[in-house]
Ligand binder design. Structure first.
Ligand code: AMP
Length: 423
């Protein structure tokens, strides 16, 4: 084959069959689980006005300052390809005046201009849920549980859940002050990025992968030790609720998450199969975001799970629990002999499809032998043969491609016979 003239943009992926089927399967599992927890689907635009993200994800976050695909359209509007789901969903809830509380889930592509590497792409997919207008620690726990069930349903057994609380607008400023003082005292041991983050967004120093910075933050004051009474109660409530729901988790007092709008509960799902980019997903509580985007004070909580990484962490053949299989049709091929039979083949294909049977006809190959070859190549389960002898007798010949067996089937019995063969 010639060298292709065009390649996909750096940091993007193609999903060709059958991998695209796997993606659809994940979407199906996500939809079923979300629905079971009372979430309904929301679909929002892939791009938003830029300030939807700068007003929410935070001017100080790396995503907003360094990673957004922002552009001016031909009407001079400032737009951004969404780097994450939550701000657009909250914007849509407010704009469409949805009754709060509301539980929503979504699935789609997101864009971040990062340095591509294993598990880190410039276009990637997320499955997210948002419980907007619910304050209880049980809600945070239920969301952690939902993500946990998602990974377990897909057969990912090495996924662990990490939990922390990062406080609220009442207790964080005091903590932040203490942290900044500590970081200044260790300034020389920090990397350049962290020295820059120190004033802008000191909590992000906890996310730095640099060995020297990791050593420094190991001794830094932690958020959980500085919570106000309300935040400490909430944190205890989440842990109790998780225990009651039998969700196992570990405490990670260095977990802060990359987005600015989180408060109190933060959590992350980690897989040991992924290497450096080991986070399968994460989330937390964001009680101020709705207000920051112009709505009323509205306690909220949610998660976003990375679908590309989930696919990487999945075992080769995921066990599909009862009821979670997507309706995957088998394929029938209609094989025809000559022009006269082709007319019948077209009608038969329409009839089979109308009955829900996936059907193809090879119109290009005039010789049946080549049509059989096409059927094999497409992975068809059977061929329905329309020849002059069959038409004269009022039957079709049905060939099972798995066994090679062939039988004559009366015209009016063909749909149930093909169906029986699929089963
Ligand atoms: P975040 O929105 O940053 O909390 O990310 C949630 C999840 O989305 C992560 O745990 C990853 O699984 C996935 N994710 C985030 N950024 C990327 C990326 N650049 N490439 C692939 N997956 C990503």
């Amino acid at each position: 084959m010639n060298t292709p003239r065009h390649s996909r943009p750096k940091g993007t992926l193609d999903f060709v069959p059958p991998v695209a089927d796997e993606l659809r399967h994940l979407e199906y599992v996500a939809a079923r689980l979300s629905t079971r927890f009372g979430f309904r689907e929301i679909v929002t635009p892939v791009f938003e006005h830029t300030d939807v993200f700068t007003k929410s994800s935070g001017d100080a976050s790396d995503i907003v300052t360094k990673e957004m695909y922002s552009f001016k359209d031909r009407g001079e509007r400032d737009l951004t390809l969404r780097p994450e789901g939550t701000p657009g969903v909250v914007r849509a809830v407010l704009e469409n005046r949805l009754r709060i509380p509301v539980r929503l889930y979504y699935f789609g592509p997101y864009f971040r201009f990062g340095r591509p590497q294993k598990g880190r792409f410039r276009e990637f997919r997320q499955y997210g849920v948002e419980a907007i207008g619910e304050a209880s620690p049980y809600v945070d726990a239920e969301i952690v549980l939902l993500g946990d069930e998602f990974f377990r349903t897909l057969g990912i057994s090495d996924c662990t859940t990490e939990l922390n609380s990062i406080g609220c607008r009442a207790c964080r400023p005091g903590y932040r002050k203490e942290l900044v003082a500590f970081l200044y005292a260790h300034k020389d041991e920090l990397c350049e990025d962290c020295r820059e983050r120190m004033d802008r967004n000191p909590l992000r120093v906890f996310d730095c992968k640099n060995e020297g910075c990791r050593e420094v933050v190991a001794d830094a004051p932690k958020t959980a030790g500085h919570l106000c009474d309300d935040c400490a109660d909430h944190y205890d409530g989440v842990k109790r609720a998780l225990d009651r729901m039998k969700v196992s988790y570990g405490i990670n007092d260095r977990l802060v998450r990359g987005l600015d709008y989180y408060n109190r509960t933060v959590f992350e799902y980690i897989s040991s199969r992924l290497g450096a980019q080991d986070s399968l997903g994460g989330g937390g509580r964001y009680d101020y975001l709705v207000e920051d985007l112009g709505g009323p004070p509205t306690p909220s909580s949610g998660f976003a799970l990375g679908i590309d990484r989930t696919m990487m962490a999945m075992p080769e053949k995921p066990p599909l629990p009862e009821g979670t299989q997507p309706p995957r049709e088998s394929l029938a091929y209609v094989v025809w002999m000559g022009e006269e039979e082709l007319k019948h083949a077209v009608e038969l294909a329409a009839k089979l499809r109308a009955e829900g049977v996936a059907t193809r006809v090879d119109f290009d190959a005039a010789r049946p032998k080549r049509q059989f070859r096409s059927a094999d190549a497409a992975g068809a389960a059977c061929c329905v043969i329309v020849g002059p002898d069959e038409l004269a007798k009022g039957v079709y010949s049905l060939k099972d491609l798995a066994t090679g067996e062939q039988e004559e089937v009366p015209v009016n019995m063909i749909v149930p016979r093909v169906r029986a063969l699929f089963r």
